[in-house]
Design a protein around this ligand. Structure first.
Ligand SMILES: NC(=O)c1ccc[n+]([C@@H]2O[C@H](COP(=O)([O-])OP(=O)(O)OC[C@H]3O[C@@H](n4cnc5c(N)ncnc54)[C@H](O)[C@@H]3O)[C@@H](O)[C@H]2O)c1
Ligand SMILES: O=C(O)[C@H]1O[C@H](OP(=O)(O)OP(=O)(O)OC[C@H]2O[C@@H](n3ccc(=O)[nH]c3=O)[C@H](O)[C@@H]2O)[C@H](O)[C@@H](O)[C@H]1O
Length: 339
């Protein structure tokens, strides 16, 4: 297959690009290298991809002319759409960036896909955050998703509805993947496991959020290699888009899958694992979860993805964090000035 990976200099995008290339697929990346977190980490991921003969175009998914050019040259059969403004809490600081990338950028990309020939099949990243404050766990794809707790979640939910209309009207094959708190080597510095590691090594305190009545928060942390397998399984089973030149010729698949780990771990337990691997005790400040878009827990039911493409996560949090810490120390050393 010939795949356009958007957000290829990002955490998940860089891993998926490398895995696709490794098995022989054609891969072209696009990323705008924004400074939501340290762009030098994105550049380092780009260098790694370049060394593996993957080219990343420096551009924005809102640039339709650039996208049309890329589609004309590469005639993509698939799009792995991972470019987005991620992060739950940052939405209160910079709401516009979520609209720019997750809504406007998505529509620009879909418009270009709808008009191209061949019309690609699209697999894109939604989020576990669409389950909002649902209390029934594990979360299944058919559960309600109309009560988002953050603007980030609202834009991902909107993405699910927007992609549905492009499937319905133009016959685009669409697969939305609800990732659950993905972690691992080359990860995102804004995420808790990563920023906690940095602070612990620097001897700085970490803030651990808790629910009311001191209830611990929990996440269905999912290791990057498992998520990559899920992305590739989705691409391989995505079927064909059934339109061309903007005209639908028949029904195309519209699918949504949870890609989680099915074994939630509390945040204090995650911190204890980091302490063990770093061999340093954390200075923990427990704070009641501020009303900033966080949800108390996540837990995926993954039976749909298992049935459809054999998705089966194999890395538990303890093992995955060990691999993350090993990477972190080799990348940053003990010179914490880089972050
Ligand atoms: N990592 C997780 O825990 C997690 C969980 C659920 C969903 N997701 C989703 O998975 C996808 C990948 O997440 P990630 O963790 O790799 O995040 P990331 O921030 O590392 O990667 C996203 C990349 O997209 C790029 N980008 C953002 N806006 C762009 C635009 N307008 N044009 C071009 N490039 C743009 C960024 O520069 C970044 O490199 C995102 O859609 C995210 O919302 C991630
Ligand atoms: O699956 C998703 O859909 C989302 O996954 C991820 O969000 P979250 O699960 O919120 O990850 P993350 O920030 O690492 O916080 C982890 C835990 O640490 C707690 N947390 C966080 C920060 C802090 O300072 N203290 C703290 O206790 C915090 O309360 C939480 O309980 C992605 O970032 C996001 O892009 C989105 O896609």
């Amino acid at each position: 297959m010939s795949v356009l990976v958007t957000g290829a200099a990002g955490f998940v995008g860089s891993h998926v690009s490398l895995a696709l290339k490794k098995r022989g697929d054609g891969v072209v990346g696009i990323d705008n290298f924004n400074n939501y977190y340290d762009p030098s980490l994105k550049k380092a991921r780009k260098n790694l991809l370049n060394q593996n003969s993957i080219f990343i175009v420096d551009g924005d998914i809102n640039d339709s002319k650039l996208l049309v050019k890329l589609f004309d040259i590469a005639r993509f059969t698939h799009v792995m759409h991972l470019a987005a403004q991620a992060g739950v809490r940052y939405a209160m600081e910079n709401p516009g960036s979520y609209i720019h990338s997750n809504i406007a950028g998505l529509v620009t990309l879909l418009e270009v896909c709808k008009n191209s020939n061949p019309q690609p099949a699209i697999v894109w990243a939604s989020s576990s955050s669409v389950y909002g404050l649902n209390e029934k766990v594990p979360f299944s794809e058919s559960d309600r998703t109309d009560q988002p707790a953050s603007l980030y979640a609202a834009t991902k939910k909107a993405g699910e509805e927007i992609t549905h209309t492009y499937n319905h009207i133009y016959g685009l094959s669409i697969t939305g993947l609800r990732f659950f708190t993905v972690y691992g080597p080359w990860g995102r510095p804004d995420m808790a496991y990563f920023s906690f590691t940095r602070n612990i090594l620097q001897g700085k305190p970490i803030t651990v959020y808790r629910g009311k009545n001191r209830v611990d928060l929990a996440r269905d942390f999912t290791y990057i290699d498992d998520v990559v397998k899920g992305c590739i399984g989705s691409l391989d089973t995505s079927g064909k888009s059934t339109g061309s030149g903007g005209k639908k010729r028949g029904p195309a698949p519209y699918r949504i899958f949870n890609l989680g780990n099915t074994s939630p771990v509390t945040v204090p337990m995650m911190v204890a694992m980091l302490e063990k691997h770093l061999k340093v005790k954390a200075k923990k400040n427990f704070v009641v979860m501020p009303g900033n878009g966080d949800v108390p827990f996540t837990h995926a039911n993954i039976s749909s993805a298992r049935k459809e493409f054999g998705y089966k996560p194999t890395t538990d949090l303890q093992t995955g964090l060990k691999k993350f810490v090993k990477w972190y120390l080799s990348y940053y050393g003990y010179d914490q000035g880089k972050l």
